[in-house]
Ligand binder design. Structure first.
Ligand SMILES: [Zn+2]
Ligand SMILES: [Zn+2]
Length: 298
């Protein structure tokens, strides 16, 4: 008899009307954890957080007990953009968001590593490493960990193989030699993205292969957050389209493999599945959360 897995489930929830509303909604949905944006993700610049916003957020977190709190960074950020102006804006936006996470007490900030847009993998990787060094130099002792997210490999996006993520992490580590153990850098694994990138974890053997590859290249201890999304597109299609849990090409078996793995027991598992229109997205989220709970018990 295997032990019942400990589930830490959450969803990406809206901050409309105030950042703390994502926490209140998470409680209503009976989530354990939550993901949110800490800034308007369609704009480069934002007014600083006010003391009231920070207070509201911290008090609501205390009252709801939602933990951990995960932030997702803006999709505008590309740390290896070919256009230097765009790249600088992205670095500044990331610095700003990381600062906000610190002020709010957010545990993890998830980032898509970047798209090299024809400059090649080596140049892209070097630029991402340089940008992350700048970030960690500006915030020498952060409480928030930055998590590089696995990507579907659409276009020239880096991060669709574990080797690529390892190259970035090892690049930053080299600069931190001696105290790389304290480097606030980890990984967020998105089930839809890794599947679209070619990792087939629908069978127990395939799942085991994927996890051992992750462990070999990155190290399982660096896996901090999981995005639970089924995939609208087929294996290795390099297209990023999220589907409801169990309804896409990953299907129930893939999620059972993940949810019953004791090695990832207790890690925050966050939905980014389609919300639909019903009850402001709540209905579909509740169904997907229930699906995860059900599959974890099988
Ligand atoms: Zn994701
Ligand atoms: Zn995605």
């Amino acid at each position: 008899m295997t032990k019942k897995p400990k589930l830490t489930l959450g969803s990406h929830l809206s901050i409309a009307g105030g950042l703390h509303n994502a926490l209140t909604a998470a409680r209503e949905y009976r989530c354990d954890c939550v993901q949110l944006f800490v800034a308007n993700q369609r704009q480069w610049k934002h007014p600083p957080l006010t003391a009231v916003q920070i207070d509201d957020f911290k008090q609501t977190r205390e009252a709801t007990g939602i933990s951990p709190v995960v932030a997702h960074s803006s999709y505008l950020i590309n740390l290896c953009a070919a256009n230097e102006d765009t790249r600088k804006k992205g670095i500044a936006a990331l610095m700003d968001e990381y600062g906000r996470c610190g002020e709010l007490g957010v545990d993890y900030l998830v980032l898509h590593p970047g798209a090299h847009v024809g400059q090649g993998e080596a140049v892209g990787t070097a630029k991402i490493v340089e940008a992350l060094e700048m970030l960690f130099t500006a915030y020498p002792d952060p409480d928030c960990q930055l998590l590089l997210e696995t990507t579907a490999g659409q276009g020239s996006c880096l991060g669709h193989t574990f080797e690529q993520l390892a190259n970035i992490i090892n690049g930053v580590k080299r600069q931190w030699r001696g105290h790389e153990g304290n480097l606030p850098l980890g990984v967020c694994l998105d089930t839809c993205h890794v599947f679209a990138a070619g990792y087939d974890f629908r069978t127990p053997q395939g799942y085991e292969k994927m996890i051992s590859q992750f462990d070999e290249h990155i190290g399982l201890s660096l896996l901090k957050v999981i995005h639970a999304n089924d995939s609208k597109t087929e294996l290795n299609n390099h297209v990023d389209r999220h589907e409801h849990i169990g309804k896409g090409h990953i299907g129930r078996e893939g999620f059972i493999n993940l949810l019953t793995d004791e090695r990832i027991n207790g890690l925050p598992i966050i939905l980014e599945t389609p919300k639909g229109k019903s009850k402001g997205g709540k209905e579909m989220d509740l169904l997907n959360l229930a699906a995860l709970r059900r599959l974890a018990r099988l």
